[in-house]
Design a protein. Structure first.
Length: 448
């Protein structure tokens, strides 16, 4: 199996590794740090996989990017910039989780590298630390850097016409959500059900995996027989506390978390890593409770249509959605925390909302409809308000000031960083092999 090379670039950033059997050699040195030909070749393969155009200077640019990283790391060490083990491990867990999800699970990740999960982390821990040190140094150099409104205007006016970005249509939404109340009786039904499933496994001898596939309400693990491979810190506290008390093949008593009731079977544990099976049963509201929530939402909708309540008043009085109630019901895009959504994010995260509001004008509201939260999978009833619709357009200062301001800040940071790198090159030992010494590089690496 071959892991997508574009995904590898997310993990390795500017540092790669030689493939088995590949002839390798040193092509550059920055201080005590060497750069291998395999580092550059791997970046080329990643670009080819992503169908990025590669010209004759591609290798030169990659080499210079790696050399800049090494300059940053050297200065970070001199300035005693510290990246803690906890920061490294957290960042590495996030990156490895992304890779294993793309590959189809931890087992396939281990098979690809022919290592255990712990060995993979040990192998790449220092690579991650190096890149995090470089990032911390960049942040230190550009800390507190901002731009004035005049700088934003000057930056935009100097952009060539063909460099002004085209902005896709963006939409902003608000919502009022009523989640039906889960009663004590609802919770008791769920608890009785999880106890019954545990009894079928422990007493009747049915397999944990088969019951998980049939009855677990966790969509991520149910198709795999309830299997979860994780590291300490990835699961909610009650779940992990139970896992670390179990012996291999032991099945827990029912436990309660914010998601519902679980039973857990430990498969294996090595240090902070564990593999287990689990079955989740969520308490479900009764028909009567749903009818009560529906009636309450109908009342809210009627008062809004009759202008007896403002939108803000209706959110405060009726909504029980914790993520939007305190912010006038505004639905933030989880990918970038923006109040605006583009079509790609909408289609992937909340496709229903676009279908509901496609023909609406800003300020219009939908009729109450059934809704399932895309994060918690909690079911409720909601009204959606189209807050704003920005048609597709070429960027301009009036409509896209925040976006242009960010671009101006990034440009200023890049210029400051460039001047800083130039000032540090003269203090570092630099060596390039002849085949790269003739590269038209941005910085005067050899003119010291």
């Amino acid at each position: 199996m071959r892991i997508p090379l574009l995904l590898l670039s997310v993990f390795f950033s500017l540092v790669a590794f030689a493939q088995p059997g590949t002839l390798d050699k040193i092509v550059a040195q920055v201080g005590d740090n060497i750069i291998l030909l395999s580092d550059i070749r791997e970046q080329r393969l990643q670009a080819e996989e992503a169908k990025i155009a590669i010209d004759s200077l591609f290798d030169c640019r990659v080499l210079e990017q790696i050399m800049v990283t090494q300059i940053l790391v050297n200065q970070a060490k001199l300035d005693s910039v510290v990246v803690s083990d906890e920061q490294v491990d957290s960042d590495m867990e996030n990156r490895l989780r992304l890779i294993q999800n793309q590959m189809g699970g931890r087992q396939k990740l281990e098979e690809f590298y022919q290592m255990t999960y712990s060995e993979i982390k040990d192998k790449f821990r220092e690579i991650i630390r190096t890149n995090m040190l470089a990032d911390e140094m960049r942040n230190t150099i550009t800390a507190g850097l901002g731009v004035t409104p005049k700088e934003v205007k000057d930056f935009f006016q100097k952009l060539p016409n063909d460099s002004v970005p085209f902005i896709n249509m963006q939409l902003g939404f608000q919502q009022i959500v009523i989640y039906p109340e889960i009663t004590k009786e609802d919770k008791k039904i769920a608890l009785d059900r999880i106890r019954e499933l545990r009894d079928q496994i422990v007493v009747q001898g049915k397999t944990f995996e088969s019951l998980a596939r049939l009855y677990s309400m966790d969509p991520g693990s149910a198709p795999m027989g309830g299997k979860i491979a994780a590291t300490k810190g990835m699961m909610v506290p009650q779940f992990e506390a139970t896992v670390f008390k179990l012996r291999p093949d032991e099945i827990s008593e029912p436990i309660e978390t914010e998601f519902g009731y679980h039973i857990i079977k430990l498969i294996s544990r090595s240090g902070d890593d564990f593999i287990c099976l689990h079955i989740l049963i969520r308490p479900e509201f009764s028909v009567q409770t749903m009818n009560k929530a529906s009636q309450r939402m109908d009342s809210c909708y009627r008062m809004l249509k009759l202008n007896e309540l403002t939108w803000e008043q209706a959110v405060a009085r009726y909504s029980n959605d914790a993520s939007t109630r305190q912010n006038k019901g505004i639905i933030s895009n989880p990918r970038n925390a923006s109040q605006l959504w583009d079509m790609e994010d909408l289609n992937e995260i909340d496709q229903q909302i676009y279908l509901l509001t496609d023909a609406m004008e800003p300020g219009d509201i939908t009729q109450p409809s059934l809704y399932m939260d895309f994060m918690s999978r909690q079911q409720g009833i909601r009204i959606v308000r189209l807050m704003q619709r920005i048609p597709a357009h070429k960027a301009n200062l009036d409509a896209d000031y925040a976006l242009i301001k960010q671009a101006a800040e990034n440009d200023k940071k890049a210029r400051i960083l460039s001047e800083w790198v130039k000032s540090k090159i003269g203090n570092a030992y630099i060596r390039l092999v002849p085949e790269f010494a003739s590269c038209p590089l941005q910085y005067p690496w050899l003119n010291q």
